[in-house]
Design a protein around this ligand. Structure first.
Ligand SMILES: Cc1cc2nc3c(=O)[nH]c(=O)nc-3n(C[C@H](O)[C@H](O)[C@H](O)COP(=O)(O)O)c2cc1C
Length: 143
């Protein structure tokens, strides 16, 4: 059983929907999953996870403040080689996924085992499921 930590933030619910669904699917696959907002998470929490996921939406072509603050706070976490993946909700340009993945790869030296999920905002849950399912299947296969 893999210990998975999902750290995300969301202003209008899109990224939260992804995080909740990913957590539910990975729990159904019998992994131990914790989901947390960034303010509560420490470097030690990240280090204790077997698999780390970061999620955040794009606003004004950027990551939102709480996720940026969090990345500064945990900048010295020892995450080299730790497997992980990122996800984001976006409207039209979606820069946040690249920012998260760049940070995971270049600052933390993590091993991103799948391409991140970048999902265009939608209120239709079936569309969220259709995007999240293959993403989680890929992750599950890599664990
Ligand atoms: C003020 C504002 C600025 C936004 N800026 C961008 C942007 O620069 N690029 C983009 O792709 N989406 C942008 N969006 C759309 C959001 O990324 C989209 O609504 C996303 O689903 C929000 O995720 P959340 O519900 O997890 O907060 C913006 C939305 C608002 C309200």
């Amino acid at each position: 059983m893999t210990k998975i930590l999902i750290v995300y933030d969301s202003l209008r619910g899109g990224t939260k929907r992804i995080a909740d669904l990913v957590a539910q699917m990975l729990t159904d696959s019998r992994h131990q999953v914790a989901v947390s907002k960034p303010a509560k998470v420490t470097a030690a929490d990240l280090e204790a996870a077997d698999f780390l996921m970061l999620g955040g939406p794009t606003y004004h072509k950027d990551l939102i403040g709480p996720m940026k603050t969090f990345l500064f706070k945990v900048a010295d976490a020892k995450l080299e080689g730790k497997p992980g993946a990122a996800f984001s909700s976006f409207g039209w340009s979606g820069e946040s996924l690249g920012i998260l993945e760049d940070t995971m790869k270049n600052l933390f030296k993590m091993n991103l085992v799948v391409d991140g999920l970048k999902l265009k905002q939608t209120p239709v849950m079936a569309k969220v499921k259709a995007a999240v399912e293959p993403f989680v299947k890929q992750i599950d296969a890599a664990l």
